[in-house]
Design a protein around this ligand. Structure first.
Ligand SMILES: Nc1ncnc2c1ncn2[C@@H]1O[C@H](COP(=O)(O)OP(=O)(O)O)[C@@H](O)[C@H]1O
Ligand SMILES: [Mg+2]
Length: 298
């Protein structure tokens, strides 16, 4: 059963349409990134998933529980980090998390302490006095503390320092390895790329594509530099079907290759290659490609 499923999920704010008929399915297990630029509709989707908004039309379900009709049961399965995490400013982080734990029927207090320690969060500080990044840590701790089967995290790494960010990504991987499902939104692709197995890409309220990160990367163009110790075999290299462009500068060849590099390396190998440098494509480029190819400009 899918951890998240939506059918024609649509949300209007007044006359403005924020989501247009999203059909999303997120299988239980892998980490799924939800990517899109600001204003794409990520937060709207997530609020619908956690039952804070009602769809204008269409429906959503969490582990088969409808997020409107079966709201409470759906909510119980989710750890949720809102995009703008606001909590009670006068409470200390520790008291707030204790309070939430009680509301949820007794989250393990040692889990809170452990998570806070990992993120280097001071539980004795009042929430109102915390920096944006530290408040974000409180939000992350409350989402993870009861170890829910599904984590829905809206821009979780926003405002985190690099060390906390790395720790957070490790927490996500560990949650996945425990069999939890993580759905996390971001407009910063490198963050999601580091942890997601799949990504769903959203633009202007429409779902563009849902794909395995590996597959997206394999379809992407990557740059490869080959250095030879004689004149490069330019013509045979250009003739390789995956080669999109080829520039020769002395004994160096700069290539753009789409998909597999196997044939290219076969052609190059007999010609005394002294150095091969490959540059991994990042999702940012892939993303831009999708936009320019598949989204009509307004
Ligand atoms: N409460 C609201 N009232 C009116 N418009 C809204 C509201 N919340 C979001 N929007 C609009 O809906 C669209 C999607 O917003 P949002 O879901 O926050 O996108 P994202 O999280 O991807 O940045 C944007 O055009 C935004 O301006
Ligand atoms: Mg948002």
């Amino acid at each position: 059963m899918d951890a998240i499923r939506t059918w024609g999920l649509t949300k209007n704010y007044g006359r403005r349409t924020a989501l247009r008929g999203i059909d999303l399915s997120v299988p239980a297990g892998p980490v799924c990134g939800y990517l899109g630029p600001n204003g794409a509709g990520k937060t709207t989707t997530i609020r619908l998933l956690v039952g804070l908004l009602r769809p204008t039309s269409g429906a959503a379900a969490v582990f088969g529980h409808d997020t409107v009709r079966d709201r409470e049961r759906a909510q119980r399965l989710v750890g949720y980090l809102p995009g703008e995490f606001v909590a009670y400013p006068d409470l200390t982080a520790g008291r707030y998390l204790e309070h939430l734990g009680r509301l949820r029927g007794g989250a393990d207090p040692s889990a809170v302490a452990r998570l806070a320690e990992r993120l280097d969060l001071d539980l004795t500080a009042r929430i109102g006095t915390l920096s944006h990044g530290n408040r974000q840590k409180v939000g992350i701790v409350q989402a993870f503390a009861h170890d829910p089967p599904l984590l829905i995290l809206d821009e979780p790494t926003a405002g985190l320092d690099p060390i906390a960010q790395r720790e957070f990504l490790a927490m996500v991987r560990e949650a996945r390895d425990r069999g939890r499902t993580v759905f996390l939104s971001s407009h910063v692709l490198s963050e999601v790329e580091a942890v997601a197995d799949r990504v769903a890409m959203l633009s202007q309220g429409r779902l563009l594509v849902t794909e395995a990160v590996d597959k997206l990367k394999s379809r992407a163009q990557r740059r490869i530099d080959l250095i030879f110790d004689t004149d490069p075999p330019e013509e045979p290299l250009r003739a390789v079907p995956e080669v999109r462009s080829c520039t020769v500068a002395g004994r160096a060849v700069h290539l753009m290759v789409e998909g597999s590099t196997a044939r290219l390396l076969q052609v190059a190998a007999p010609h005394r290659v002294v150095s091969v440098v490959t540059h991994e494509p990042d999702l940012e480029e892939i993303f831009v490609n999708y936009y320019s190819r598949e989204v009509p400009q307004p």
